[in-house]
Design a protein around this ligand. Sequence first.
Ligand code: ADP
Ligand code: MG
Ligand code: ZN
Length: 475
Amino acid sequence: MQFEPVIGLEVHAQLKTKTKIFCGCSTEFGKSPNANTCPVCTGMPGVLPVLNKQVVSFAIKAALATNCKINQESRFDRKNYFYPDLPKGYQISQYAVPIAEHGYLEIESEKAGPIKIGITRIHMEEDAGKLIHDPARAKSMVDLNRAGVPLIEIVSEPDIRTPRQAGAYLRKLHAILRYIDVCDGNMEQGSFRCDANISLRPRGQKEFGIRSELKNLNSFKNVEKAISYEIERQTYVLEEGKKVIQETRLWDPSKNKTTSMRGKEEAHDYRYFPDPDLVPLIVDDNWIQEIEKELPELPDEKRSRFVKEYKLADYDAKVLTSSIELADFFEETAEPLKDKKQAANWVMTTLLGMLNTKGISIKKSLITAKAFSKLLLLIENGKINANAAKTVFEEMVETLKSPEVIVKEKGLEQVSDQSELEAMVQDIINENPDEVTAYRDGKTKLFSFFMGKIMKKTRGKADPKIVTQLLKTKL
Ligand code: ADP
Ligand code: MG
Ligand code: ZN
């Protein structure tokens, strides 16, 4: 039987506020355990939460950027469960009425083209603390620095059909949250985490099948791999005539498989109820409009503008707008250049290639857009050729010297003196009579042989345009 996967994603994004959601403690990552705590976030008796206004602003901004409707009145609820990293015994979240609902993101599917993935809801909540287990001492310790750090949870509709679409949705959401600067997106530090819900149904059937929920997906690649694995596993179960059971499963990236964590019978009953310590949250039109005005150009808009303004291929525009830093780097590089396409190519191949091999993100690139632009300007002005530019770039990466200095030091200026090159071409022709005859008899592939000779003579510095012209004439 043919089965169709049905996938829905839940994303927790940590908001970039300076302080926690219900107290004034710092949200800074990496502080010594329990340095960022106070009676409120450690759940002492008698304390009261005070909502951080910036959290609401960021949540509204995220909601507007994902086409959601804002609920002008929403509530905070208590989600009750016991765990030692949750000192109050409940998490303050939004349940019955979240801050925003009914949004969507547009992604591209290889088969279906652009498709919309619905967003069910966005709600605000506080994060829990962290347990540190010390096997050497058979002890567990608790660090409450993260307790009370603000999160938004973004829940998608079960509109996703393939692992690739899941990856595309997440990358898009990640890019948007970073464009609007509400989340740093650091997946290793857990600022952007995803749970995936997957079920299968016979093709053509309307009702959804029983789903499993995958946790511990800490990279885009892992999300795609884990979903693929889960589709295979469930297909196998169903083809055996058995039933998929509703459960939470854990992805093990080292073994490339998922294992059962807990079943439905162990699922929590959270006994949600409105938090009596917090009044309903009212958001007025003015506030929403103010935030709307602050919204920057979003990835899709930037991508269309790059195609229009710089005449880039759509695919290139998509790559270059995949993160705000890359888009900014490209625009700053291209700014003084006439040839925007050349700038795009160099950023995508040479710069990104180097960063990839070195495993550095564009944010941490030591080559600035200004310096990179100067290098490309040297090509555009005919000072160096593309070959030499590659050498200069490698040297820039090594020494961080400016491209002009490297060109001088290494004597890489392009040889574009017409008469000098003409003499050289004549020499090469005189020295290789057999090849000249063969070329004239139609073996035109030999053109690169002559070109190679000239480049060797000039140590790669000859202006290839002029040499091509000269060779064509003389041959
Ligand atoms: P919970 O809070 O228990 O995780 P929700 O109803 O809020 O449950 O659903 C969470 C996610 O699961 C949503 O992203 C939703 O789209 C997805 N989902 C719900 N039902 C299914 C299903 N049958 N198959 C796949 N995904 C599903
Ligand atoms: Mg869930
Ligand atoms: Zn605190």
